[in-house]
Write a protein that binds this ligand. Structure first.
Ligand code: COA
Length: 245
Protein backbone atom coordinates (compact mmCIF):
# COMPACT_ATOMS: atom_id res chain seq x y z
CA UNK A 1 0.00 0.00 0.00
CA UNK A 2 1.40 3.43 -0.85
CA UNK A 3 -0.47 6.58 -0.02
CA UNK A 4 0.07 10.27 -0.43
CA UNK A 5 1.82 11.14 2.83
CA UNK A 6 3.02 7.82 4.20
CA UNK A 7 4.59 4.76 2.63
CA UNK A 8 3.37 1.51 4.12
CA UNK A 9 5.11 -1.84 3.73
CA UNK A 10 3.30 -4.83 5.15
CA UNK A 11 5.02 -8.05 6.16
CA UNK A 12 3.77 -11.11 7.95
CA UNK A 13 4.75 -9.96 11.45
CA UNK A 14 5.25 -6.20 11.02
CA UNK A 15 4.19 -3.06 9.25
CA UNK A 16 6.73 -0.42 8.32
CA UNK A 17 5.40 3.12 7.94
CA UNK A 18 7.57 5.86 6.48
CA UNK A 19 6.33 9.42 6.88
CA UNK A 20 6.81 10.97 3.49
CA UNK A 21 6.14 14.66 2.93
CA UNK A 22 9.66 15.74 2.04
CA UNK A 23 8.51 19.17 0.89
CA UNK A 24 7.33 19.90 4.45
CA UNK A 25 9.91 17.92 6.45
CA UNK A 26 7.26 15.23 6.99
CA UNK A 27 5.03 17.67 8.90
CA UNK A 28 1.90 15.90 10.06
CA UNK A 29 -1.12 17.25 8.21
CA UNK A 30 -4.73 16.10 8.15
CA UNK A 31 -4.10 13.71 5.26
CA UNK A 32 -1.26 12.05 7.15
CA UNK A 33 -3.43 11.78 10.26
CA UNK A 34 -6.12 10.05 8.21
CA UNK A 35 -3.62 7.68 6.63
CA UNK A 36 -2.09 6.81 9.99
CA UNK A 37 -5.59 6.07 11.31
CA UNK A 38 -5.96 3.60 8.43
CA UNK A 39 -2.71 1.93 9.48
CA UNK A 40 -4.01 1.74 13.06
CA UNK A 41 -7.26 0.18 11.91
CA UNK A 42 -5.33 -2.49 10.01
CA UNK A 43 -3.13 -3.22 13.04
CA UNK A 44 -6.12 -3.41 15.38
CA UNK A 45 -7.76 -5.83 12.96
CA UNK A 46 -4.64 -7.97 12.55
CA UNK A 47 -2.07 -7.17 15.25
CA UNK A 48 1.52 -6.87 14.08
CA UNK A 49 4.59 -4.96 15.17
CA UNK A 50 4.89 -1.40 13.90
CA UNK A 51 8.04 0.39 12.78
CA UNK A 52 7.58 4.12 12.20
CA UNK A 53 10.21 6.21 10.50
CA UNK A 54 10.59 9.32 8.37
CA UNK A 55 11.93 9.78 4.86
CA UNK A 56 14.69 12.13 3.80
CA UNK A 57 16.66 12.52 7.00
CA UNK A 58 13.79 13.90 9.08
CA UNK A 59 11.40 12.02 11.33
CA UNK A 60 8.74 14.74 11.42
CA UNK A 61 9.04 18.50 11.90
CA UNK A 62 5.80 18.72 13.84
CA UNK A 63 2.18 19.22 13.04
CA UNK A 64 1.67 21.11 9.80
CA UNK A 65 1.91 24.74 10.86
CA UNK A 66 -0.04 25.98 7.84
CA UNK A 67 -2.99 23.87 8.99
CA UNK A 68 -2.49 24.62 12.68
CA UNK A 69 -2.65 28.34 12.08
CA UNK A 70 -6.22 28.05 10.84
CA UNK A 71 -7.50 25.61 13.45
CA UNK A 72 -9.86 26.95 16.08
CA UNK A 73 -11.06 25.91 19.52
CA UNK A 74 -13.46 23.32 18.14
CA UNK A 75 -10.68 21.59 16.26
CA UNK A 76 -8.38 21.68 19.28
CA UNK A 77 -11.13 19.98 21.27
CA UNK A 78 -11.38 17.27 18.62
CA UNK A 79 -7.84 16.27 19.61
CA UNK A 80 -6.84 15.60 16.03
CA UNK A 81 -3.27 14.59 16.86
CA UNK A 82 -3.76 13.49 20.47
CA UNK A 83 -6.41 10.94 19.52
CA UNK A 84 -4.22 9.53 16.78
CA UNK A 85 -1.18 9.29 19.05
CA UNK A 86 -3.29 7.65 21.78
CA UNK A 87 -4.51 5.16 19.23
CA UNK A 88 -0.93 4.42 18.22
CA UNK A 89 0.11 4.10 21.87
CA UNK A 90 -2.68 1.58 22.41
CA UNK A 91 -1.89 -0.60 19.40
CA UNK A 92 -1.93 -4.24 20.44
CA UNK A 93 1.71 -5.06 19.71
CA UNK A 94 4.89 -3.06 20.31
CA UNK A 95 5.70 -0.02 18.22
CA UNK A 96 9.17 1.32 17.44
CA UNK A 97 10.09 4.78 16.18
CA UNK A 98 13.33 5.01 14.20
CA UNK A 99 14.21 8.69 14.45
CA UNK A 100 16.65 10.18 11.96
CA UNK A 101 16.94 13.96 12.13
CA UNK A 102 14.30 16.23 13.57
CA UNK A 103 11.43 14.98 15.70
CA UNK A 104 9.89 18.26 16.72
CA UNK A 105 6.50 19.25 18.10
CA UNK A 106 3.92 16.70 17.01
CA UNK A 107 6.75 14.68 15.43
CA UNK A 108 8.35 14.31 18.85
CA UNK A 109 4.97 13.48 20.38
CA UNK A 110 4.47 10.76 17.78
CA UNK A 111 7.83 9.27 18.75
CA UNK A 112 6.97 9.58 22.46
CA UNK A 113 3.76 7.61 21.80
CA UNK A 114 5.74 4.64 20.52
CA UNK A 115 6.94 1.95 22.90
CA UNK A 116 10.62 2.15 21.97
CA UNK A 117 12.70 4.69 20.07
CA UNK A 118 15.99 4.35 18.20
CA UNK A 119 18.00 7.32 17.01
CA UNK A 120 20.51 8.22 14.36
CA UNK A 121 23.31 10.57 15.44
CA UNK A 122 21.39 13.55 14.00
CA UNK A 123 18.17 12.81 15.89
CA UNK A 124 16.86 15.88 17.68
CA UNK A 125 13.81 15.87 19.92
CA UNK A 126 12.12 19.11 20.90
CA UNK A 127 8.80 20.77 21.66
CA UNK A 128 8.94 24.35 20.45
CA UNK A 129 5.14 24.79 20.57
CA UNK A 130 5.09 27.74 23.03
CA UNK A 131 7.23 29.64 20.53
CA UNK A 132 4.25 29.34 18.16
CA UNK A 133 1.84 30.46 20.86
CA UNK A 134 0.41 27.01 21.59
CA UNK A 135 1.17 24.09 23.86
CA UNK A 136 2.27 20.58 23.07
CA UNK A 137 -1.16 19.07 23.51
CA UNK A 138 -0.69 15.66 21.91
CA UNK A 139 1.01 13.89 24.76
CA UNK A 140 4.32 15.67 25.38
CA UNK A 141 3.08 17.34 28.57
CA UNK A 142 2.68 13.94 30.24
CA UNK A 143 4.41 11.28 28.13
CA UNK A 144 7.73 13.10 28.11
CA UNK A 145 7.64 13.42 31.90
CA UNK A 146 7.09 9.66 32.13
CA UNK A 147 9.94 9.03 29.71
CA UNK A 148 12.67 11.37 30.99
CA UNK A 149 11.39 12.79 34.30
CA UNK A 150 9.73 16.09 35.16
CA UNK A 151 12.91 18.16 35.33
CA UNK A 152 14.14 17.43 31.80
CA UNK A 153 10.57 17.42 30.44
CA UNK A 154 10.08 20.96 31.71
CA UNK A 155 13.38 22.05 30.18
CA UNK A 156 12.10 20.77 26.84
CA UNK A 157 8.54 22.05 27.19
CA UNK A 158 9.17 25.38 28.87
CA UNK A 159 12.71 26.34 27.94
CA UNK A 160 12.89 24.99 24.40
CA UNK A 161 15.67 22.53 25.21
CA UNK A 162 16.36 20.19 22.32
CA UNK A 163 17.57 16.72 23.13
CA UNK A 164 20.21 15.48 20.72
CA UNK A 165 20.88 11.78 20.18
CA UNK A 166 23.41 11.56 23.02
CA UNK A 167 21.07 13.35 25.44
CA UNK A 168 18.24 11.09 24.38
CA UNK A 169 20.34 7.97 24.87
CA UNK A 170 21.70 9.10 28.24
CA UNK A 171 18.18 9.90 29.43
CA UNK A 172 16.79 6.58 28.24
CA UNK A 173 14.51 8.23 25.70
CA UNK A 174 16.09 6.12 22.97
CA UNK A 175 17.29 2.56 23.27
CA UNK A 176 20.29 2.96 20.99
CA UNK A 177 22.00 5.20 18.49
CA UNK A 178 22.85 3.75 15.09
CA UNK A 179 24.30 5.37 11.96
CA UNK A 180 21.51 6.71 9.74
CA UNK A 181 22.23 4.19 7.01
CA UNK A 182 21.94 1.31 9.52
CA UNK A 183 19.08 2.66 11.59
CA UNK A 184 16.38 0.58 9.95
CA UNK A 185 18.53 -2.54 10.12
CA UNK A 186 18.87 -2.01 13.87
CA UNK A 187 15.16 -1.31 14.19
CA UNK A 188 14.31 -4.51 12.32
CA UNK A 189 16.70 -6.46 14.54
CA UNK A 190 14.83 -5.11 17.56
CA UNK A 191 11.52 -6.10 15.99
CA UNK A 192 12.97 -9.54 15.20
CA UNK A 193 13.82 -9.97 18.88
CA UNK A 194 10.36 -8.94 20.00
CA UNK A 195 8.78 -11.03 17.26
CA UNK A 196 10.33 -14.17 18.73
CA UNK A 197 8.25 -13.74 21.90
CA UNK A 198 4.78 -15.16 22.21
CA UNK A 199 2.46 -12.67 20.48
CA UNK A 200 -0.26 -12.93 23.11
CA UNK A 201 2.33 -12.65 25.90
CA UNK A 202 3.75 -9.55 24.25
CA UNK A 203 0.31 -8.09 23.76
CA UNK A 204 -0.79 -8.63 27.34
CA UNK A 205 2.55 -7.44 28.70
CA UNK A 206 2.11 -4.16 26.82
CA UNK A 207 -1.46 -3.81 28.06
CA UNK A 208 -0.49 -4.47 31.66
CA UNK A 209 2.67 -2.32 31.55
CA UNK A 210 0.59 0.62 30.28
CA UNK A 211 -2.10 0.26 32.96
CA UNK A 212 -1.85 3.20 35.37
CA UNK A 213 -0.81 2.82 39.00
CA UNK A 214 -0.29 -0.47 40.81
CA UNK A 215 -2.45 -3.26 39.46
CA UNK A 216 -1.66 -6.71 40.82
CA UNK A 217 -5.09 -8.05 39.99
CA UNK A 218 -4.81 -7.07 36.34
CA UNK A 219 -1.40 -8.74 36.19
CA UNK A 220 -2.79 -11.94 37.66
CA UNK A 221 -5.74 -11.96 35.28
CA UNK A 222 -3.47 -11.46 32.29
CA UNK A 223 -1.21 -14.22 33.53
CA UNK A 224 -4.21 -16.49 33.99
CA UNK A 225 -5.02 -16.06 30.31
CA UNK A 226 -1.44 -16.81 29.32
CA UNK A 227 -1.14 -19.83 31.61
CA UNK A 228 -3.98 -21.43 29.67
CA UNK A 229 -2.45 -20.77 26.26
CA UNK A 230 -1.13 -23.48 24.01
CA UNK A 231 1.75 -21.19 23.07
CA UNK A 232 2.96 -21.12 26.68
CA UNK A 233 2.95 -24.91 26.92
CA UNK A 234 4.74 -25.32 23.61
CA UNK A 235 7.41 -22.75 24.52
CA UNK A 236 8.02 -24.23 27.94
CA UNK A 237 8.09 -27.78 26.58
CA UNK A 238 10.64 -26.68 24.02
CA UNK A 239 12.78 -25.10 26.72
CA UNK A 240 12.59 -28.13 28.96
CA UNK A 241 13.29 -30.53 26.08
CA UNK A 242 16.35 -28.45 25.24
CA UNK A 243 17.52 -28.67 28.84
CA UNK A 244 17.19 -32.46 28.78
CA UNK A 245 19.11 -32.91 25.54
N1 COA B 1 4.69 22.60 9.19
C1 COA B 1 4.60 23.00 7.93
N2 COA B 1 5.65 23.14 7.11
C2 COA B 1 6.85 22.87 7.62
C3 COA B 1 7.04 22.44 8.92
C4 COA B 1 5.87 22.31 9.75
N3 COA B 1 5.94 21.87 11.02
N4 COA B 1 8.36 22.24 9.15
C5 COA B 1 8.97 22.53 8.01
N5 COA B 1 8.07 22.92 7.08
C6 COA B 1 8.33 23.33 5.70
C7 COA B 1 8.94 24.72 5.65
O1 COA B 1 7.96 25.71 5.72
C8 COA B 1 9.66 24.67 4.32
O2 COA B 1 8.73 24.91 3.32
P1 COA B 1 9.15 25.77 1.99
O3 COA B 1 10.25 24.97 1.36
O4 COA B 1 7.89 25.81 1.21
O5 COA B 1 9.63 27.08 2.52
C9 COA B 1 10.11 23.22 4.22
O6 COA B 1 9.31 22.48 5.13
C10 COA B 1 11.54 23.03 4.61
O7 COA B 1 11.73 23.59 5.90
P2 COA B 1 13.00 24.48 6.27
O8 COA B 1 12.66 25.21 7.52
O9 COA B 1 13.45 25.27 5.10
O10 COA B 1 14.06 23.30 6.53
P3 COA B 1 15.36 23.34 7.46
O11 COA B 1 16.08 22.08 7.15
O12 COA B 1 16.07 24.64 7.31
O13 COA B 1 14.80 23.30 8.95
C11 COA B 1 13.39 22.48 10.71
C12 COA B 1 14.14 22.12 9.43
C13 COA B 1 12.61 21.23 11.10
C14 COA B 1 14.37 22.86 11.83
C15 COA B 1 12.45 23.67 10.46
O14 COA B 1 11.70 23.41 9.31
C16 COA B 1 11.48 23.95 11.58
O15 COA B 1 11.84 24.55 12.58
N6 COA B 1 10.20 23.49 11.43
C17 COA B 1 9.16 23.77 12.38
C18 COA B 1 9.36 23.00 13.66
C19 COA B 1 8.25 23.30 14.65
O16 COA B 1 8.12 24.40 15.15
N7 COA B 1 7.44 22.30 14.92
C20 COA B 1 6.37 22.40 15.86
C21 COA B 1 5.08 22.47 15.17
S1 COA B 1 3.77 22.45 16.37
Amino acid sequence: MSTATVQVEEAEDRVVVTLHRPQARNAINAAMVAELHEVCAALEERPRLLLLTGAGGTFAAGADIAELRDRDREQALQGINSRLFDRIARLPLPTVAAVDGYALGGGAELAYACDIRLASPTATFGNPEPGLGILAAAGACWRLRDLVGASVAKQVLLAGRRLDADDAYRLGLVAEIAPAEELLKHAHALLDRMGRSGPLALRLTKLVADAPGGHPVIDDLAQAILFESEDKRTRMDTFLAGKRR
